[in-house]
Unconditional design. Sequence first.
Length: 89
Amino acid sequence: MANAAAAPPQVKRRWHDDELELLARTEARLVRAGGCASNINQLLHAELPILGRTLDGIKGYRRKETYKSRVQACLADLARSPSRIQKAH
């Protein structure tokens, strides 16, 4: 108990807009490429170590409706833009 009292309080770090954009764009790219929905959290965690987020942190944020809307917008952007393969031809 003495150690618990001496430990600094755990503070949840807020998500910044640029982190959310990167997460949403990465998820949209993975989904579009046929990423398996059953392990998308693990894929995102592995793809984005630069975020410094835990797997549980990513899981939690992905549940929010605002985030889901952002991913849908990114998917729409990907659908509108020609792929690199099409540009090369």
